[in-house]
Design a protein around this ligand. Structure first.
Ligand SMILES: [Zn+2]
Length: 344
């Protein structure tokens, strides 16, 4: 297969149990071998052949799995596969992974009949939540809410040490909580959803409009005078340099983050919020403020006790989240206990 980048390191302890984590995205498929402690033993990245059709995407995943397994001396204990959209782990079917053209598409069956390994599917935000709980910033806590703020806003909940999936594998669509009736149109077709107000896409949209209205602003200068070139990073830079036009855009988005996280605190009363996604590159400009706000505005019983941290897994977070799904899917509940004990 053309265009495959591969970077592999052999496990120092080849006989230890390991799993495969598959992070399926619209442009690339990251596949890794991961041990129980969350170390990535080997990894490979393949392009996602979306234009070749849904079966080609599945074939590329299988090729990544084959490459990773070929580098290890024992077969994997299980495979975890994380993808955007709802994933029905009971039937092994991707319900709707729009970015790769999978609709009611069987995933686990074909892979299992080829390799014979247990396969566990999960939504990517849920997998990231479990990965942060098992290996990252949320190790050992009882109740963790993970929120990713990037092009959209996604959420995953680990409650009492288990991922909460909902009855239709769709729990945690916090990005579609409506905060402003008749607000900006969302990708889901509704109006005023949280992600239409505070995601990277929403910030960019507001910044473009602000630049068009204020061509004299620093933000406009950073974008070379072209509203279409405005980025979230430029908004952050202009905020730091005191540009009132950027600050107005930013303050509005941060306030919607404050309100959205307060709603989540009131719903879940978690030990910890873990926040990931591209917008956290500007975490110093909002994370502490949002934490302060929720501790002043959530229900009085939890005020002053809510914590919020940036996600800890970095560039391997997708693979590690999928691997955590594989570990949690295995019948040995002991892994959950072990992960907790090791964190204490
Ligand atoms: Zn929506």
């Amino acid at each position: 297969m053309a265009g495959v980048e591969q970077e592999q390191t052999r496990s120092e302890k080849p006989s230890e149990p390991w799993v495969i984590g598959v992070d399926l995205g619209g442009t690339k498929i990251a596949v890794g071998a991961v041990n129980r402690q969350g170390q990535v033993l080997a990894r490979t990245v393949l392009p996602t052949p979306v234009s070749d059709g849904p079966q080609s995407v599945l074939a590329a995943i299988a090729e990544g799995m084959r490459q990773i397994a070929a580098g290890q001396s024992t077969p994997p204990a299980a495979v975890g596969l994380a993808s955007p959209g709802p994933m029905d782990n009971k039937t092994g079917v991707a319900v709707a992974a729009a970015n790769v053209g999978w609709y009611d598409f069987p995933v686990s069956g074909p892979l299992q009949s080829r390799f014979g390994w247990p396969i566990y599917l999960e939504n990517d935000a849920n997998a990231a939540a479990l990965g942060e709980w098992a290996f990252g910033a949320g190790r050992g806590v009882e109740n963790l809410i993970y929120v990713t703020i990037s092009t959209g806003i996604g959420m995953g909940a680990v409650l009492h040490g288990r991922l909460y999936q909902g009855s239709h594998f769709t729990a945690g669509e916090a990005g579609h909580m409506v905060l402003v009736p008749d607000g900006p149109l969302c990708t889901c077709g509704e109006r005023g959803c949280w992600e239409a107000l505070a995601s990277g896409t929403a910030i960019t949209r507001e910044a473009r409009e602000a630049v068009a209205r204020h061509p004299e602003s620093l933000l406009a200068a950073l974008a070379g005078g072209d509203p279409l070139r405005v980025s979230v990073a430029q908004v952050g830079e202009a905020v730091r340099r005191g540009d009132p036009v950027a600050q107005e855009v930013w303050e509005r988005a941060v306030h919607y983050l404050e309100i959205g996280f307060t709603n989540l605190a009131n719903l879940f009363d978690p030990d910890l919020f873990v926040v990931g996604g591209g917008v956290t590159n500007l975490s110093d400009l909002f994370l502490g403020r949002v934490e302060g706000y929720i501790n002043a505005h959530a229900n009085p019983g939890m005020r002053g006790r809510l914590k919020m941290v940036r996600a800890g897994l970095g560039s391997d977070s997708g693979v590690l989240g999928a691997a955590a799904v594989a570990w949690q899917g295995l019948p040995s509940e002991s892994w959950v206990e072990q992960a907790r004990q090791e964190a204490v």
